[in-house]
Design a protein around this ligand. Structure first.
Ligand SMILES: [Zn+2]
Length: 52
């Protein structure tokens, strides 16, 4: 069951889907750091992950 995450920052259309939560967390952390200059902890990201 793929894991999916949609960025919750205003005006951002970033969406990622991967086979595991760990992979999504890693990709989202990189996105947040490079695009928004923020660091998100894994728990915050995991709470927003949908399984689709
Ligand atoms: Zn974003």
């Amino acid at each position: 069951m793929p894991s999916q995450f949609e960025c919750f920052q205003d005006g951002c259309n970033f969406m990622v889907r991967a086979d595991s939560d760990e992979e999504v967390v890693h990709l989202v952390q990189e996105h947040a750091r490079f695009t928004h200059d923020i660091s998100l902890d894994g728990d915050t990201i995991e709470s927003e992950i949908e399984h689709v």
